[in-house]
Design a protein around this ligand. Sequence first.
Ligand code: 8YV
Length: 307
Amino acid sequence: MEKQPLLLLGPLMPYLTEELEKRYAIEKLYEETDALGFLQQNAERFRAAVTSTFTGLKADMIDLLPALEIVSSFGVGTDSLDIAYAETKGIKIANTPDVLNEDTANMAITLLLAATRDIVANDRFVREGRWARGETPPLALGIEGKKIGLVGLGRIGSVIARKLTAFGCEVVYHTRNKKHDVSYEHYSDLVEMARRCSALIAILPGGDATKGVISREVLQALGSEGTFVNIARGTVVDETALVELLQSGELGRAGLDVFVDEPNVPEALFALNNVVLQPHMGSATVETRKAMADRVVSNLDNYFSAR
Ligand code: 8YV
């Protein structure tokens, strides 16, 4: 039976490309020197496409693919996908939720522990020979018994909450609406929650609705003994304020996996000893990325097996 044509909008991990190639007649738009010309000649062939949170899916691309019925996206975040516009065209958008919850939550916990225990600064301390020269690093911070505020309590946030509880932390959360199926204390006022917490962990969706939700005021309320962890999107925090407050010490520590203009990270952070930096590695383990890839494939297989 002839394979269904499938358009890959951006580069994918090799395993995913190989799995798709077994099942579909794939075309790699990102390898076309004249992508627009290619689409003008071939768009009608594609009922399905694959993208990722990094490549995204904007209205102008949707308009160039009039036969599109389904787009399977590698990643759980949908802030780079124009879902509303896709829905007006009757296009189904499928992402890869759930399979990345545990490892992304583990990265949040890792960043919290690495930041509060000064892991990166003390690694540098040893490598620079300062310990051998008789210097002693400053005491770090514990998390046992501390109040940790989650900004967002969705699938991943709920796993973070479970893990923090196992570490003996008191979990509280801020969401627009209180959740009635959880026992954690809800704060409708994020500044108030920040004021009462030892750390904040951002795990809310990216996009216009959450842009700058973690403001300068929130970070100042968290304060010089506070720790901010971002495992969500760079856009959810006032990044300029974050950098300035970390530089001045008005914010104690940070563990950051995401940034506004990835892969470009504010260089002022590089010299700081009170921040841990990661290149958007939340779900980036062998096991989880394979599970995400398998989900991208199953999204498509399930769609076409029902038609
Ligand atoms: C991925 C993510 O690493 O799933 C998401 O939304 O941010 C991460 O899990 C990345 O976006 C994959 O492109």
